[in-house]
Write a protein that binds this ligand. Sequence first.
Ligand SMILES: O=P(O)(O)O[C@H]1O[C@H](CO)[C@@H](O)[C@H]1O
Ligand SMILES: O=c1cc[nH]c(=O)[nH]1
Length: 237
Amino acid sequence: MSVHIGGKPGDIAERVLLPGDPMRAKWIAETFLEDAVCYTQVRGMLGFTGTWKGERVSVQGSGMGMPSASIYTHELINEYGVKSVIRIGSCGALADDLNLGDVIAAIGSSTDSNMNRYRFEGVVDYAPVADFGLLRTAVEKGEAAGIPIRVGQILAADTFYNDRPDITDRLADYGILAVEMESAAIYTIAARYKAKALTILTVSDHIKRGEAMDSAQREQGFSNMVKIGLDTAIAGA
Ligand SMILES: O=P(O)(O)O[C@H]1O[C@H](CO)[C@@H](O)[C@H]1O
Ligand SMILES: O=c1cc[nH]c(=O)[nH]1
């Protein structure tokens, strides 16, 4: 058991899907995994291990925002020997040509978080990036399943409600596809501890157009992302 995860050594697979929402972790375990067992309920941040296509996979809620996601990423890698983490989350689109339900894979994650300025003493603007092997696999799995994946850079933001639309517009001008709240920290911590990381997102709303998915669209859209995440996690196993 680590400080924030209740599982015993060996309870967690080497490959973990990381949704922010612990109830999404439960839904994934119940809907997609065989023989899923809940290994932690600490703070209600549920984690499950089961099998997908015969291979062991875990799915762990990571909470909202980089402080929370950092804790789970750190403990999974350092206390449970996790080798790869695939975040599967919702995001708000900025790019005009993205639509609700589209799936994005984040090749890189810009951020307004101060974590890496602190880590690198403001001397370097570190660029958190995805593991290339996981990214390539996710794109291939998406193509094979007929689910196109848009690859590009996203913003990991410290705020969900933000009163700087001018900055958001400028980020869109510079090619940022969408906004979520965890990927930069997950990429950075995975790099530090020699694990692999990827973020796959479903567009749940469009920030510039003010559109939002309804619950039926959410479930179908998230299913596509989850299947790609699971297929990517077990590839090469
Ligand atoms: O859908 P999840 O994975 O929680 O991700 C997104 O949703 C939350 C905000 O509503 C933030 O955690 C953001 O990153
Ligand atoms: O972080 C997020 C997630 C979904 N939609 C947003 O606008 N932001």
